[in-house]
Design a protein around this ligand. Structure first.
Ligand code: TA6
Length: 299
């Protein structure tokens, strides 16, 4: 549907409007009294979130957005129905296929939590060729005091299926080497850089490539940014693993559109169900994985 048609059906004066993103792709802008967010309909990807009175909290590669070259690093890409490489076929797209598809707008509105938009995506011939199950995803993005991103997965197939996935959230920081991530102390993680398993002691600090899947954790993470003078709080529901990723300089250089200096101004803290948290859904069963993001100002 074109932008005018979307505006007529789902636009809400001063609350929901459809605009083009820097790459000319149609994007919904949600405007609440407490903050704004934008959501790209292609990829079903939250691109920006900015609370009123604070800086943008999500990082995005402007070059990737302009070029519209997948995968667009930044905001909150959705990884599904597998996280990382496909478990048995490396020729299939990394992180699944839903971030390279048009999502449909189902509804929009305003409620006690904020301004919301609901998108959905279901199986079709192309998805069945990559993954032979019938499914429906609904993505509800709400902006109010927090940004809430809820991905509901429903099995519409006659057979059970197994999935993994993530809300692969990129956060904007001033200088990641001065930040700390609190909330994962005592949690065991698989280190995808060294292929070792360790237990976290103290805050997570970043000064080199990091790619870890923290396992069996439902904890809220706090990303402390002393230069910015605030903490980004990332709470979650329906998620049993947390992924921390920063490619650091050498790897960043190999990623198209990921400027080298970006490594120090972003960090991914991902609300995930990966590795041991891979889930099975029986026919007609649903599961919702949600990230709840806000900013705590330093007093
Ligand atoms: O979540 C971390 C990770 O799985 C890394 O291993 C890295 O590959 C990253 O995601 C980005 O993947 P992408 O396909 O978006 O380039």
């Amino acid at each position: 549907m074109d932008r005018t048609g979307l505006q007529a059906r789902f636009g809400l004066a001063g609350r929901v409007e459809f605009v083009d993103d820097p790459g000319g792709m149609v994007t919904a802008r949600l405007m609440a009294d407490e903050g704004t967010a934008t959501v790209a309909l292609y990829r079903g990807q939250v691109l920006t979130y900015q609370p009123v009175g604070g800086p943008p909290l999500l990082w995005a590669s402007q070059a990737a957005l302009k070029a519209n070259r997948p995968p667009v690093h930044g905001g909150i890409p959705i990884c599904w129905p597998w996280f990382g490489a496909h478990p048995s076929d490396p020729s299939k797209p990394l992180h699944g296929f839903v971030r390279e598809r048009w999502w449909q707008v189902d509804s929009s509105g305003v409620n006690a939590t904020g301004v919301w938009l609901q998108l959905s995506l279901s199986h079709d011939e192309t998805t069945l060729a990559l993954w032979p199950y019938a499914f429906r995803l609904t993505l509800t993005v709400t902006v109010g005091k927090h940004l809430e991103v809820a991905l509901k997965i429903t099995n519409l197939d006659a057979e059970a299926f197994v999935w993994s996935g993530a809300l692969h959230s990129y956060f904007q920081v001033t200088d990641v080497t001065q930040c700390g991530i609190i909330g994962l102390e005592g949690v065991t993680y698989f280190d995808k850089v060294t292929h070792e398993t360790h237990t976290q002691s103290g805050p997570v600090n970043i000064g080199a490539e990091i790619d870890r899947v923290y396992q069996g954790t439902t904890a809220t993470c706090f990303l402390e940014d002393p230069v910015q003078g605030h903490t980004i709080r990332i709470a979650k529901q329906g998620s049993h693993s947390t992924v921390i990723w920063n490619p650091w300089h050498a790897k960043a250089e190999q990623i198209p559109d990921f400027a080298d200096e970006a490594s120090t101004s972003m960090i991914c803290i991902e609300t995930a169900n990966a590795l041991a948290a891979t889930m099975m859904l029986a026919p007609d069963e649903s599961h919702t994985m949600m990230a709840i993001i806000d900013r705590l100002e330093k007093k």
